[in-house]
Design a protein around this ligand. Structure first.
Ligand SMILES: [Zn+2]
Length: 308
């Protein structure tokens, strides 16, 4: 048994075949080029999948992971934030008709959480929290072996946990969300806002990577980086207190900073979470890399078929 996994990201489309071992066989990607619109983008995604199935098929089920908002039960994309104009795209029906397979849809952050839980850094745990920090901050949770899908399938927005009341304005409209400090795009925005106000070696178009690289020598870089790490740590402490996971898996581009990111999160959990909870929660880096959502949605699709 293997599932065709389709991952629809803001910048990349990815496909793989995922079997019981969780290996993303034949993982391949192509640029999304979302400006081409849903018909053209999906045709390129499906053509990529056709090639994979011809090489390594057949598949027994299909899974689709995409950013929200979406409706997993009715199989619709509801104008995902990263795909403007993709309103009410019946993605499950389109995939089922194209490939002759039953298809299952999940929010990509939930798919990532399921991938790390089933086949990655949380595979020995019964409860886990998954956070991914790159241009934005997302994640999902598994509690007592069950993925938290929520009432409409659009929960799992840990980036909007409040960490600093009255703080920076977030893209969601509120002030002081974790994402307003730790997301790569928000670190870059802060550089643009603040570099005129004081001396700094950061360029106008600095990235989060450059902020981290200069955080040991440049005052502004140090402040932006430290605020980001503290915001992540504070959000993790709040979520750990609520969910009591055995494992907190942190993935995404910012984890390239390694212990400079994970160390302070570990310390915050140990010192600030409720004692019995802090004692069981291990903070670890993600294991699955770029195909994490494909692995998760593939595993999810196989399990839905087995349960049907
Ligand atoms: Zn927010």
């Amino acid at each position: 048994m293997q599932a065709l996994a389709l991952d629809i990201g803001a910048t990349k489309l990815g496909v793989a075949l995922v079997g019981a071992d969780g290996e993303p066989t034949g993982w391949r990607t192509t640029p999304t080029r979302r400006d081409e619109g849903p018909d053209a983008v999906l045709e390129r995604l499906f053509a990529l999948a056709d090639g994979l199935l011809a090489d390594r098929g057949p598949a027994d089920a299909a899974g689709i992971s995409c950013g929200g908002p979406l409706d997993p039960r009715r199989g619709l994309l509801l104008g995902p934030l990263h795909l403007p104009g993709w309103d009410r795209v019946p993605i499950v029906r389109l995939v089922e008709e194209r490939f002759g397979l039953r298809a299952h849809l999940l929010n990509d952050a939930s798919a990532g959480a399921w991938g790390e839980f089933r086949h990655g850094a949380a595979r020995d745990a019964a409860s886990s929290l998954y956070l991914t920090v790159s241009s934005g901050m997302g994640g999902g949770a598994v509690v007592d072996g069950r993925l938290l899908v929520g009432a409409s399938g659009n929960g799992g927005e840990p980036g909007h946990v409040l960490v600093r009341a009255g703080g920076r304005r977030c893209l969601c409209g509120r002030r002081g969300c974790a994402e307003a400090y730790v997301a790569g795009t928000q670190m870059a925005a802060r550089v643009r806002e603040e570099r005129a106000l004081r001396p700094t070696a950061l360029p106008e178009d600095a990235t989060a990577e450059q902020v981290f690289a200069l955080s040991g020598s440049d005052e502004l870089a140090h402040e932006i980086w430290t605020d980001g790490v503290e915001a992540l740590a504070s959000a993790v402490v709040t979520l750990v207190n609520v969910l009591e996971p055995e494992v907190v898996v942190i993935g995404g581009g910012l984890t390239n900073a390694g212990e400079a990111l994970l160390g302070p999160v570990r310390t915050a959990v140990a010192e600030q979470a409720m004692a019995p909870i802090a004692a069981v929660a291990r903070v670890v880096p993600a294991a699955l890399g770029a195909p994490v959502c494909a692995v998760g949605i593939g595993a999810w699709a196989l399990e839905q078929e087995a349960d049907a």
